[in-house]
Design a protein around this ligand. Structure first.
Ligand code: SF4
Length: 231
């Protein structure tokens, strides 16, 4: 099945516990003011991929010791069928990896999904898409409601464990404030000869930090890709 993505990254350490595979889906109609990912809004503005290709990435991440999978966007529930298929396949692969290691009851990688849709807006297709999500961070980003809660961009966003694994892994973080590094900087070489390398930010920066990062990167000869929180 086709799936439109904005990007992937491993290891991601700022959106969920441990070293994770990050997958950002393309397309979001919610248009939150202050969104730092405006480049993910246009439904056709990403990279065409397939669920099979993403599962290959997940298999590779498991081989490299991934402790979790985070799906963000964009709005993942705009591609509910593809997300359902991806998480179902990812669930099978984590079971296979556990059997291969002979650790049926050992630590399992968890699945965390970000969505701007509130729980009350999850219709049957969206609920099916989240069937294998161990935890969900739900709610629009509201720029007027800053928060220090770990992995959340605004105070209204709720961290919702949905499985036994999710409850076990996320219970310590429900009210925890962010203390460590909240943002990772990923640098990519320029596309053309002589073009400056670009950087993008992964994570949930505190209010005002984006401008700080932008200046710091420019001071180090790096261009922030897209500056995508600007209209
Ligand atoms: S913050 Fe999330 S839900 Fe809101 S517009 Fe940006 S990508 Fe969409």
């Amino acid at each position: 099945m086709r799936i439109e993505i904005s990007g992937t990254h491993f290891p991601l350490e700022t959106l969920g516990p441990g070293r994770r595979l990050g997958v950002w889906l393309q397309g979001c109609p919610l248009a939150c003011a202050g969104c730092m990912s405006r480049h993910t809004w246009a439904p056709g503005g990403g990279t065409g991929s397939s669920v099979r290709e993403l599962l290959d990435l997940w298999r590779d991440a498991l081989d490299r010791g991934a402790q979790g999978l985070t799906v963000s966007g964009g709005e993942p529930l705009e591609q509910a069928r593809a997300l359902e298929e991806f998480l179902a396949g990812a669930d099978r692969l984590r079971d296979e990896a556990a059997r291969a290691r002979g650790v049926r009851d050992g630590p399992r990688p968890d699945f965390l999904v970000y969505t701007g849709y509130e729980q009350e807006e999850w219709d049957p297709p969206r609920l099916r898409a989240l069937r294998h999500a161990d935890a969900v961070i739900a709610g629009r980003f509201r720029i007027a409601e800053p928060t220090g809660l770990v992995w959340r961009g605004s105070a209204n966003q709720r961290l919702l464990p949905r499985t036994a694994l999710g409850r076990e892994r996320y219970a310590p973080h429900l009210g925890r404030r962010s203390t460590g590094r909240a943002v990772e900087i990923v640098v990519e070489p320029g596309q053309e000869p002589g073009e400056a390398p670009t950087a993008h930010l992964l994570g949930v920066p505190a209010r005002g930090e984006l401008v700080f990062y932008e200046r710091w990167l420019e001071g180090n000869g790096l261009r922030l890709r897209g500056r995508s929180w600007r209209p």
